[in-house]
Ligand binder design. Structure first.
Ligand SMILES: *Cc1c(COP(=O)(O)O)cnc(C)c1O
Length: 387
């Protein structure tokens, strides 16, 4: 019996990791195509990240938000150079979304703008504000009443969104690629159209790039693939190189309208996590890195589409961007994940029927081949019951 509150589906105890491989407590090795749910962008045990953690932890682990820290200031400067903004640092994705919600309300308040609009299929986190913007009923309903003034519009439907963005709208919150909701890239033109609507009607546009940002789609920010500039960007998962770290990047002129006390966090901007994040950003912005993600993403997509053609009874659709791919099955994903794990391959799912593939961005083409061979073998073995 586990000593945990029964909130988790877990079979394995993972004890160590190196690169794209994990080891469990029985000594079995796995190819990791979940990457800590998109956290381990540089894989496990990256030397530069470990060195940053080691060096910073010897110098200073925590001093609180009463002071600046060197890594915290350096990270804020780096992020604001990559996306013109000022930066708020926190400890997780849901905290970044909470901060973005508070900033939107704080900034909209004088004009009576208090409402936030999200999309069907969205996932923005589990704390009460972020949860109020999260679509899935089973996540939300047991905790109602939630934060008022939150609503949802159909994914990809610009006209419907246009009907909902008005004088009361503080902000629209969107994942450029929906993650948890099934790995759904925004359709062409949707995000640029949304940005136009928001600008025209005076609402802010928040891009939640917690999962799809920081290189995952082959661009540093996923919104760069869609030709629009959000007013805020939320980041977390891969930012801290495996340590808990979140960030909100807020348009500079808007940031100037916030003041001391509007929001805060005791742990936010932890120096060790920030030092790790600087090492992560060094790598993501190094020569050729993002191009390699794009190229490997194309290899993975091509391979998945070939598998889908050979198993049309099992696979309904392959979709995604870069190294963020979804394989929609015609039946439950759980048995396929189990069969993959039995062959030494770990992945995760998004909803009941979508295999969600988030390999470390440093995955090699041979490891992509290894994944595709395992998936092919599992499907040939009949792990999907056709619906
Ligand atoms: C994971 C995720 C979150 C929540 O992040 P946590 O660190 O789990 O709180 C929010 N938004 C998106 C798009 C995510 O993928």
């Amino acid at each position: 019996m586990s000593a945990f509150v029964p909130l988790y589906e877990r079979d394995l105890t993972i004890v160590s990791g190196k690169g794209v491989r994990l080891q469990d407590s029985a000594g079995r090795s796995y190819l990791d195509f979940a990457a800590g749910i998109g956290v381990n962008g540089l894989g496990h045990g990256d030397r530069a990240v470990l060195a940053a953690i080691r060096d910073q932890s010897r110098r200073l682990v925590h001093a609180s938000n009463l002071y600046h820290s060197e890594p915290g200031s350096a990270l804020a400067a780096r992020l604001s150079a990559l996306f013109p903004s000022r930066v708020f640092l926190c400890n997780s994705g849901t905290e970044a979304v909470e901060a973005a919600i508070k900033f939107a309300r704080r900034l909209g308040r004088a004009e009576g703008r208090t409402e936030l609009l999200a999309f069907e299929g969205s996932f923005h986190g589990r704390t009460m504000g972020a949860l109020s913007l999260t679509w899935k009923a089973t996540y939300r309903e047991p905790f109602e009443p939630l934060v008022p003034g939150m609503g949802f519009s159909p994914w990809g439907d610009l006209e419907a969104a246009g009907g909902r963005i008005g004088r009361g709208t503080a902000a629209v919150v969107v994942e450029p690629v929906q993650g948890e909701g099934g790995v759904r890239p925004a359709p062409d033109g949707f995000l640029a159209g949304l940005a136009g609507l928001c600008r025209e009607r005076g609402a802010l546009l928040i891009a939640d790039e917690i999962q799809c940002g920081l290189g995952r789609t082959g661009r540093l920010f996923a919104h760069q693939r869609h030709g629009f500039t959000p007013d805020m960007v939320t980041l977390a998962k891969p930012l801290g190189g495996g340590l808990p770290l979140g960030a909100v990047l807020l348009r500079e002129d808007l940031a100037g309208r916030l003041s001391v006390g509007d929001h805060g966090s005791t742990f936010g901007g932890n120096p060790v996590a920030c030092a790790a994040a600087l090492a992560v950003l060094d790598r993501l912005t190094s020569e050729g890195f993002l191009e390699s993600v794009e190229k490997k993403g194309a290899t993975l997509a091509r391979g998945l589409r070939a598998v889908a053609r050979r198993h049309p009874g099992a696979i309904a659709e392959v979709r995604g961007l870069g190294l963020m791919m979804g394989v929609e099955l015609r039946a439950a994903a759980a048995p396929v994940l189990k069969a993959l794990a039995a062959r030494g391959v770990l992945a995760t799912r998004a909803g009941d029927r979508v295999l969600r593939l988030l390999p470390p961005l440093v995955v090699k083409p041979a490891e992509i081949r290894e994944f595709l061979d395992a998936l092919e073998a599992v499907l040939a073995g009949g792990a999907v019951e056709s619906a």
